[in-house]
Design a protein around this ligand. Structure first.
Ligand code: NAI
Length: 397
């Protein structure tokens, strides 16, 4: 059968598995063309199937020769459809790693469930061939359910209501959108979902089970952003959750340092199109303009370029000195926040309207980036070639 993209608003309803495979290969090829780096060799990635987690896994396997364990929440093919892009990313990432003689073990299920931690710990103890020397926390989700409660995050402001525009990828329109102020419970719930609680739970459990290596590092991905997006991001509900994550980084840093001579860092990345970020209200015109400006300046990066720069220059530079800012955070959002980029954005942002946003921003690049995440619009893929679903159904992560 032929698979063409189905979008509902900013949610992809299907994916193109051969396109996912080709896109993964292109990212691996990019890393292959860069200088290798001397990184951790046994890595656990929570949220490994897409976005920053997937790029990290590819960069560490191809550029650093690391064995990886990936945990993600994805769905395989069924009578309901072809399955999610992340499902195929897990499969093809494992194949790619195995071709290089590396382990890429996948666990598909809820990372918030203690049973998942047990399974992963059991695997590390009995089959992984060594303790973990890097844990990456890259989960992005709207819900968290545990034995003690369940929470739903919201993407709202915390100060005053705001109005702006959001890109609708399905209709290709810029739509007016209002964002309400969250109440206290909503701020708390968002922090429960996107803050540092589960990062801590994982590190505690891994440490207690004695499966973290001496000098083990852990990083969690975060975003800060410029003043322009502060109301919805930095000062919004998601920003509050990130503050909790940053505070958790400091606590875990002390803990790991004392017990294992290890470290914990928040790693602040640039704004990029991912399955999760297209969901944030009134952020998308900023991201589409950011793409335009950074491409014009020749400094645009996608997740894979960010991941390479993170590992080769910040976490595992040749001199061994981790690059940190004054808050002890790793900053790979430096190019986004540079004066040069932000001045350009400030000059143009207020002229963006529903009538001209396709010309004034990199809308086409923004949409193409989203389509590629789901295996569509990938260069070199023949979308007229029939896909044999029965073959895909045999593939296991
Ligand atoms: P994404 O949606 O591409 O990836 C999220 C990952 O989490 C996927 O692998 C998914 O399967 C997994 N996941 C979600 N719920 C799960 C669950 N219950 N159990 C197991 N796995 C689960 O998201 P993205 O954008 O890569 O986000 C990752 C982190 O990077 C987040 O903390 C986000 O805030 C941060 N970040 C993202 C930026 C962006 O512009 N996209 C910028 C800076 C930071």
């Amino acid at each position: 059968m032929l698979i063409s993209p189905q979008l509902s608003g900013n949610v992809a309803r299907n994916c193109h598995p051969p396109g996912c495979k080709a896109y993964l290969q292109q990212q691996a090829d990019y890393i292959q063309q860069q200088a290798p780096f001397n990184s951790a060799k046994k890595v656990l990635i929570l949220g490994a199937s897409s976005g920053f987690g997937l790029a990290s896994r590819l960069a560490l396997a191809v550029g650093g020769g690391a064995d990886t364990i990936g945990v993600s929440f994805e769905r395989g093919p069924s009578e309901k459809g072809v399955g999610s892009a992340g499902w195929y990313n897990n499969i093809y990432c494992r194949e790619l790693a195995e071709q290089r003689g590396l382990i890429a073990k996948n666990f598909v299920g809820d990372a918030f469930n203690p049973a998942m931690r047990e399974q992963v710990i059991d695997y590390i103890k009995n089959q992984f061939g060594g303790k973990v020397d890097l844990v990456i926390y890259s989960l992005a989700t709207g819900k968290r359910k545990t034995a003690s409660g369940q929470w739903q995050s919201v993407l709202k402001t915390t100060d005053k209501a705001m109005h702006g525009y959001s890109i609708n990828l399905e209709t290709e329109q810029l739509e007016a959108q209002s964002v309400e102020v969250a109440n206290t419970e909503e701020v708390e719930a968002t922090t429960k979902v996107m803050g540092g609680d589960e990062w801590r739970n994982w590190i505690d459990a891994l440490q207690q089970a004695d499966v973290l290596a001496e000098a083990c590092n852990t990083i969690a991905y975060s975003y800060v952003g410029p003043e322009r997006t502060a109301a919805i991001y930095r000062d919004g509900t998601i920003g509050r959750a990130k503050q909790h994550l940053h505070a958790t980084a400091q606590e875990l840093d002390t803990q790991l340092n004392k017990q294992l001579n290890g470290h914990a860092y928040a790693c602040v990345c640039k704004a990029l199109v991912t399955k999760a970020s297209v969901y944030i209200p009134v952020m998308s015109p900023y991201i589409a303009l950011l793409y335009q400006v950074m491409k014009e300046l020749g400094i645009h990066e996608e997740c894979i370029e960010q991941a390479y720069r993170l590992f080769s220059q910040h976490l595992y530079p040749k001199d061994g000195e981790v690059r940190l800012d004054s808050l002890k955070q790793i900053r790979i959002d430096d190019l986004e926040l540079s004066t040069q980029v932000q001045q350009q954005i400030d000059q143009r942002y207020n002229t963006i309207s529903p009538a001209n946003f396709k010309q004034l921003t990199d809308f086409s690049g923004y949409k193409a980036a989203f389509m590629r995440l789901n295996g569509f619009a990938v260069e070199g893929v023949n979308y007229q070639q029939s896909i044999d679903m029965s073959e895909l159904e045999k593939l296991q992560p």
